[in-house]
Design a binder for this molecule. Sequence first.
Ligand code: ATP
Ligand code: MG
Length: 348
Amino acid sequence: MTNYKIAVIPGDGIGHEIVPAGLEVLLAAGKKYGYSLDTENFSYGAGYYLKHGKFMPEDGLEKLKAFDAVFFGSVGLPGVDDTLPAKDYTFKVRTSFQQYVNYRPVRVYPGVTSPLRSTTPFDFVVVRENTEGEFVQIGNQYLPDEENGMGVDTSIFTRKGIERIAHYAFQLARKRRKKVTHVTKSNTLINSLSYWDRVIKEVAAQYPDVAHDQMYIDNASASFVLKPEVFDVVLTTNLFGDILSDLGGAIMGSLGLGGAGNINPEKDFPSMFEPIHGSAPDIAGQNIANPLGQIWSGVLMLEHLGEHEAAAGIMAAVDRTTTGGVLSADLGGTAKTDEIAQAVIANL
Ligand code: ATP
Ligand code: MG
């Protein structure tokens, strides 16, 4: 039986409810599919910041390095300023551990009504570049006075950064329906994003068996709503991927349904699995948060670890759960967070 070392970081808000729910499902699946998890809890996050003045201890990253993966909820509390990069747990882990792939799948859950009128099923993955681009947090605010103030952020795209995410997307497409749509806005961001386009096209030429097209972010956003079935692998930058994956959550029916992986494909560092949504302080502490995005994140973690049968088994159990009408409040149901986890376990 393979044993995996998993760092568990609930973070803040609903993380304290959905992470334990997700973990229970992963542990139950381990008994059935023959793996075990050796877990250790870490209290990093905005709650930690309120006590210690930082989001994690100095040796926080060093400690996480020893694990096979990180199972994470979300960080953030009202009243804790999350605009200072030094405080941002998520940003630090993603960049330090070279988790340059943010893998965010979007699909129709059976039994869940999408807000889209069309009933054509969709099933695609947003591959978001996760370490550079618009989120490098380099810039400044010049505030000589109210009138002459100015804010500057710099986007950085490197050949290495674009090539590696592009190769990941094209290789992923080979295992799926063999289509990559890359999304930029190079007609207006004419320096940074036309460079992105150029490098993507060079990589695309190395995958003649994969269809490749390009969309601008405005058109892609509209297409997510009007014809999401045209997508297979959506390859995009950090900022656009952030926005598109919330939209992906919305067309599934709720942000609470979206799972994600921050992946270091080379496995030089642990990868981190977290839902697409935030810590939802507005509904925290009530046992009403939807745990399915967290559970799906756990499924992506199992896939990364090579436990494919267990991953498929949990997703089938999730489908039986939603088909059976066990739905949380965000989906119009009455099931509580822990009840949904128990229903998934019963359906395993
Ligand atoms: P972040 O900046 O961390 O992404 P955010 O400001 O985008 O956070 P979220 O915490 O994602 O905000 O919450 C957005 C809305 O979605 C809130 O109304 C929240 O209650 C709802 N929401 C988020 N996650 C869930 C969930 N798992 N179940 C139910 N509702 C959720
Ligand atoms: Mg958000």
